[in-house]
Each structure stands twice: as C-alpha cells, then as structure tokens.
Write a protein that binds this ligand. Sequence first.
Ligand SMILES: NC(=O)c1ccc[n+]([C@@H]2O[C@H](COP(=O)([O-])OP(=O)(O)OC[C@H]3O[C@@H](n4cnc5c(N)ncnc54)[C@H](OP(=O)(O)O)[C@@H]3O)[C@@H](O)[C@H]2O)c1
Length: 272
Amino acid sequence: MVSGGTDGIGRALGLAYLRRGEQVAIIGRNTAKGDSFLAEADMVGAAGRAHVITADLSLVAGARAAIAAVRERFDRVDALVLGARHVSSHRQVTAEGFELTFALYYLSRFLLSHELADLLDAAPHPVVANVSGPGETRGDPRWDDLNLARGYTLTAALSHGGRLNDLLAVGWGMRHPMARTRYVLVHPGVVATSFSGTYDPRTAAVIDQLRSTGAPVAEAIQPIARLLDDPPVAPVSAWAQGSSLPLTRDAFDPAAARRLYDITMELLQGEK
Ligand SMILES: NC(=O)c1ccc[n+]([C@@H]2O[C@H](COP(=O)([O-])OP(=O)(O)OC[C@H]3O[C@@H](n4cnc5c(N)ncnc54)[C@H](OP(=O)(O)O)[C@@H]3O)[C@@H](O)[C@H]2O)c1
C-alpha cells in the first residue's frame, strides 16, 4: 500500500513490487496518473495485481475515504509506504481549515498509520515506511500554531512536518505496544522526482536544480525496499539512505509524542 504512489518514490516502489509478483495498491488524487500506473502495470504483466484508490489525502474526509476503501478491498496490509506530499511557497488552507502541509504530510499519515494498524498486524512481517526527513528538525513543535498561521515559509512547513512525523512514529509505537508491525522513518536523500508542489519563481528554479541533481529514483528506492523486505528488529526506527539514525530524546521525545497524539485526536474529533 503506497500513499503518493502516482509519482516519484512511491510510484517507483509500487512498480518494483509489482514486477516481483506482489499485489500493490496506490493511493493518489490524480486519476490520469493512476491510469498511467495501471497501464504500466499491464506492461510488466501485473494486470489484476495493481490497484488504484483515488483520494485527496489533504482532506481528513479524503484520508478516511481511502482507509474505508482499503478496508473494503483488503484484509491485510504487508507494507504501508507513506509518500504523499505537496509543498507550497505560499500558505494554503484546505477546505477543512488545516494548513496544507500539516494536513497532507502529517495528518493523513497519522490517520493511515493508526487506522490501518489492525490490517498491518494481520500480515506476517508488517512494516510502515514513513518517507520523510527524520531527525532533521529538533526542539518543540509549534504547539500553539500547528497550522503555521505565523511566519509561514515552505522550508518551515517542511521541517515542521518532518518534526511531527518523527513524533508520529514514536507515538505510534506507544499506542500499539503489542504490535508486530515495525514503524520505520526513512530519509531518502535528495531524489530526482516530480517534487509535487506550488512554487514561486525563485523556488521553482531551486526545485529544477534538485530535479536535475538528485539521485535517480530507481537507486533511491533500494534502501527503502531493503527495510520493507527485512524490517528492523526495533519497533520504531529511523534511517537515512540505508544508515540507522539514533532516536535521540530531543528529536524523538516520548512526552512530546504523547502530547502530539492527544492534540491530533482532539483536532480529528472536530472532523467526524
Ligand atoms: N524527493 C526528495 O528529494 C525527497 C527528499 C526528502 C524526503 N522526501 C520524501 O519522500 C516522499 C516522496 O517524495 P517524492 O519526491 O517521491 O514525491 P513526489 O514525486 O513529489 O510525489 C508526491 C506524491 O504525493 C502525491 N500527492 C500530492 N498531493 C496529494 C494529495 N492531496 N492527495 C494524495 N496524493 C497527493 C502526488 O500526487 P500528484 O502527482 O497528484 O501531485 C505524488 O504522487 C515525500 O514524503 C517526501 O517527504 C523526498
């Protein structure tokens, strides 16, 4: 199961596992790209094993619809790859009132991780791979401004989202202490992907540069695939391009993880 599987790292992982004979379901919002994934699956002889769930994961309602569709179609999830992301030079607010990066990069991952926990635990060696930027940002999240109403920049939104995902992983481990599922945070390095985003001209030039200098996707997915194939022993772990990162208290603080879980659940109560 791959969120953001219509492009970049998610798409490449999806196709790689289809080539290996697995069932792969991707979640994405773009129907043309979903069709292209199915067409490519056909070409590699994987017709019938490729599935597309269309949903806008920046909406809590969209994430919940995707989760319902997964539950309707599958009775287990062996691996959940969280890769959907869209960044923006300007602060955007979803129809539900959340800042876009917070909603897509963090909230949708929170929902998919927690609400598919039982389907994951039904698999023999289950793993969640949250593809993000572990350990890059330390210190407190903006507890009184999770929606980044003040001082928004693209970089601040991304690093804050990465911070929240680090705490999501720690909190997930605490909420599911008996789970067999391994929760893995993965930093892929700079990879030449679509960099789904809405950019001002100056940032667009930087992104073009990253697109032309980043590692090829086929190369970047290898360390992620190794973690999916052979999940680490530790219930929660963080990795950067194949190397393990220490879960230091300043970045992966359990008290902050618990606080974030509680705040997130309160926010989601309002979206029932
Ligand atoms: N590429 C890098 O250098 C890099 C570096 C560090 C971390 N990462 C992490 O790696 C992960 C994958 O990155 P990538 O570069 O492969 O991504 P990407 O090429 O930008 O693709 C992002 C995916 O997310 C989907 N998406 C965007 N908005 C969505 C929405 N509202 N609902 C559902 N799906 C949506 C995109 O669909 P559309 O095609 O419709 O936009 C696309 O399939 C990200 O989480 C990122 O944080 C990447």
